[in-house]
Design a protein around this ligand. Structure first.
Ligand code: SF4
Ligand code: SF4
Length: 472
């Protein structure tokens, strides 16, 4: 029985409710006045329910689809302006006891080399990432009780925060590790993590169990209730996501929104981010084995409707997507992007490493961070290396209330420009620097609040004279 406030996975992600929502959406797909009403109502940025969002996803009317995409762009612009927050993944270890059928790190894959970074190797990877210009990382590790225990993760976080190379610093470490206990989440919170990220992969219980035949991850309830335990432990920024293509996309789309509604109703704060990975090839993984792979049009529609349904939630796209696919979804709602990524253990420092055979997934966008920054500037976006909210204690519901009141705009835009200025001073190529400086000059004048505008300009001048780390 569906109950969004329940603490039981199969009640807040109720199969019958998902099926009924999909059916309702399909029954109403030609009800154009209803769809039109939903689009008009969603313009107030208060979001949509999972059923309403399912109907927009189902809409096949060309004109109304045009309105849906236009609304997604408007909402994106209202909350995120032209800023894109940059980050990079850092793979610590690919030892894993799980049997996930879609991931090359699954325990039975004997061809992939296994590796776990020592603290010295982590320090070297972090220096390489700092030298690229990154300030925000997402650490990744397989699940292995003896090779990757929580103590290893905690020690690694400490190492990452401790490295200061030239003007570099990692200011926010987001963590993507397996579902764990409240006690371990508490330890992660104390270690000063940013967002705790865990993808559901698929919300369809039977398929989930088929895709995870062995290992602790095969426990659907334990995995699905992980964010509840994280929030009970005091981690108030959590990131959810599904791997589109494992189950039929409508099912996972509705499940994702029901999960967001559950967290919002129980903890007063929905997910901080939603990631939208699509299944892609890797060592031992052939996407032809998955019959539900989604095409670009559906992918873009999913991003647009998610933007409308949960306007306050950041949306992340990785280098799984090609440059062209990323360009399209950036306009429609994506607010965070990885750049210059390596998805294998040791990938930032080991030149011998072949990403094609050791990576968790094939990287479609192989450009360097500088190339991605330059490309974003060409497209009129401001690449932002901002980590201010977490460092100012603006997390969870404090963050959400600032976003909902629109006040966040007074922080994001100046912070984006100041962190971009740091990047241009320390890491950019001459041509990227030139474009970036023009962008800052143009955008700084547009800050509406006069006091913040003049403070921003002063800080930017001081950054060019060598000072660092200003923030609003
Ligand atoms: Fe292990 Fe994660 Fe890969 Fe599953 S998805 S095999 S848990 S690394
Ligand atoms: Fe993100 Fe906060 Fe920085 Fe805005 S000010 S970009 S919300 S960290």
């Amino acid at each position: 029985m569906y109950n969004k406030r329940s603490d039981t996975a199969t009640e807040f992600i109720d199969h019958d409710e998902i099926m009924a929502s999909i059916q309702w959406a399909q029954d109403n797909r030609d009800n154009l006045p209803l769809i039109k009403t939903l689009i008009e109502r969603a313009d107030d940025c208060r979001g949509l329910s999972h059923r309403e969002a399912a109907l927009l996803l189902e809409c096949a009317d060309e004109r109304l689809n045009g309105e849906i995409f236009a609304l997604a762009k408007r909402i994106k612009h209202r909350f995120y302006g032209n800023r894109i927050v940059m980050f990079a993944p850092l793979y610590l270890s690919n030892y894993c006891v799980n049997g996930c059928l879609y991931c090359p790190y699954h325990a039975k894959n004997r061809t992939i080399p296994r590796r776990k970074l020592t603290q010295e190797e982590i320090a070297r990877e972090v220096i390489a990432l700092q030298d690229m210009g990154h300030k925000r990382l997402a650490i990744e590790a397989g699940e292995h009780p003896t090779m990757n225990p929580i103590e290893y993760i905690l020690e690694s976080i400490k190492t990452i925060y401790s490295i200061r190379h030239k003007n570099g610093a990692i200011r926010r470490v987001n963590v993507n590790i397996a579902a764990t206990t409240v006690e371990n989440y508490r330890k992660l919170k104390e270690a000063g993590i940013g967002t705790y990220i865990l993808f559901q992969e698929t919300y369809h219980k039977e398929d989930y169990e088929r895709l995870h035949p062995t290992g602790p991850k095969s426990n659907y309830a334990y995995h699905t209730e992980a964010m509840d335990r994280a929030m009970q432990a005091g981690i108030d920024d959590v990131g959810i996501g599904v791997l589109f293509g494992l189950q039929r996309y409508r099912y996972d789309f509705v499940g994702l929104l029901m999960h967001a509604e559950h967290l919002e109703s129980v903890y007063g704060c929905g997910p901080h981010t939603i990631s939208v990975p699509r299944i892609c090839p890797a060592d031992d993984i052939d996407t032809r084995d998955f019959e539900n792979v989604i095409n670009d049009d559906i992918f873009q529609k999913i991003v647009a409707v998610l933007r409308i349904a949960v306007p306050y939630t950041g949306m992340i796209v990785s280098t799984r997507e090609s440059a062209e696919s990323r360009r399209k979804v950036l306009e429609l709602g994506v607010s965070q992007l990885s750049g210059g990524s390596h998805t294998s253990v040791g990938g930032y420092t080991d030149d011998e490493l072949d990403d094609d055979t050791t990576a968790q997934f094939d990287v479609s966008d192989r450009r360097t961070l500088d190339e991605v920054v330059s490309w974003l500037l060409d497209l009129g976006h401001i690449p932002s290396f901002c980590t201010a909210c977490y460092r100012e204690g603006r997390t969870g519901d404090r963050f959400m209330s600032l976003v909902k009141s629109g006040q966040i705009a007074n922080c994001c835009q100046p912070n984006a420009m100041m962190t971009l200025m740091e990047y241009l001073e320390d890491y950019a190529s001459p041509s990227t620097r030139e474009k970036g400086l023009k962008m800052i000059e143009r955008e700084a004048r547009l800050i509406p609040n006069e006091k913040i505008r003049s403070k921003t300009m002063e800080y930017i001048r001081r950054i060019s004279s060598g000072e660092r780390d200003f923030r609003f």
